[in-house]
Design a protein around this ligand. Structure first.
Ligand SMILES: Nc1ncnc2c1ncn2[C@@H]1O[C@H](COP(=O)(O)OP(=O)(O)O)[C@@H](O)[C@H]1O
Ligand SMILES: [Mg+2]
Length: 311
């Protein structure tokens, strides 16, 4: 005779039930995927802990809030983070992970792809495309609210991410997958010249950094990413069909931003009062262009190593 518990267990592990569960996942908001977005927390984190990136603060807060408020989005949220090294792209990715799942990259529903690790060989594109497609599809079946980060896009062999096209648009049907609730973030340095040029012209015209507007950059970034053979999106139909919801430009950082990075790092070590180290590290970084020395060439990236030199 079956006890109540074993009946329950039988029900839980019944393959028919598993199919039902998957079916439910295709329709429901989210399955068991522990999705607990904290939009206010994300906005606060971006406002407090990301320096010199007003466009990023505005676009990321706005797009994520808009996307999550819509119970039935007709397409996933697709962001492209572009900008020079050390300006906060990876930092914002972990903020996103943290405020969507509470555990950043360690959540089983936050997936990170790094080309040098996952797609290192250009002659294996066909295989990578198949792997990536079934990986994404499998994960969306598990959790409609999956988040996918593609870092270092400039090292992605051309053609790989194109396989995601059916998942990114509004009109395709991906069988048994509620693909419209996912978030994709493509991260790379492609377009940094365009962004830096706009920032430089703005600076030379004596205008505030905050006066740089998104529409100055949006179309130029789309074109650069599409036309650059090392963007991971070379001639990509994802760009042609405008499947990227927003390009998110990360501006080059100035000396006072770098000094904020230094101070914040020092404070986390209980050394808030070391103005001498803040000044010394700020002075030890390389700034470009030669005339003006406006922007740190490594953003805040080398800060930790430099602090250790002056402590
Ligand atoms: N705009 C910023 N505001 C605050 N910290 C920053 C900023 N940009 C970079 N950092 C810090 O500098 C280091 C490198 O930043 P990261 O996000 O990895 O840069 P990348 O844009 O190359 O991904 C990290 O410790 C990060 O916290
Ligand atoms: Mg990075």
């Amino acid at each position: 005779m079956l006890t109540t518990l074993s009946v329950q267990l039988l029900f839980l592990f019944n393959p028919v039930n598993s199919v039902l569960q998957q079916l439910y996942c295709t329709i429901a908001d989210s399955c068991n995927c522990d999705f607990k977005p904290n939009i206010k927390g994300l906005e606060w984190d971006l406002y407090r802990n990301l320096y010199g990136q007003h466009l990023v603060q505005d676009i990321v807060s706005e797009e994520v809030a808009k996307f999550l408020q819509n119970k039935n989005p007709d397409r996933p949220l697709v962001l492209s983070f572009n900008g020079p090294s050390g300006t906060g792209k990876t930092l914002v990715s972990s903020m996103l992970g943290n405020h969507l799942y509470g555990s950043a990259m360690s959540s089983p529903y936050v997936h990170q792809f790094v080309p040098t690790l996952h797609f290192p060989l250009p002659d294996r594109v066909k295989q990578y495309r198949e792997d990536l497609k079934s990986w994404v599809q499998g994960n969306l079946t598990e959790c409609a609210r999956s988040v996918f980060f593609f870092d270092e896009m400039e090292k992605m062999p051309p053609g790989v991410v194109d396989v995601l096209e059916p998942f990114l648009g509004p009109s395709h049907v991906v069988f048994r997958t509620n693909y419209r609730k996912a978030i994709y973030v493509f991260i790379g340095t492609t377009g940094e010249e365009v962004i830096t040029r706009v920032a430089l012209e703005n600076r030379q015209a004596g205008r505030d950094r905050e006066e740089i507007k998104l529409h100055d950059l949006q179309e130029a970034l789309a074109q650069t990413v599409h036309n650059s053979s090392t963007s991971g999106f070379f001639n990509s139909s994802i760009i042609q069909q405008r499947l990227i919801t927003r390009f998110v430009p990360f501006l080059p950082l100035c000396r006072h931003h770098v000094e904020r990075c230094v101070r914040s790092q020092l404070c986390s070590q209980g050394l808030c009062s070391r103005d001498d180290v803040v000044e010394a590290v700020g002075g030890a970084m390389t700034y470009t262009p030669f005339q003006g020395h406006y922007f740190s060439s490594t953003g805040c990236k080398a800060v930790t190593a430099k602090i250790n030199l002056f402590l």
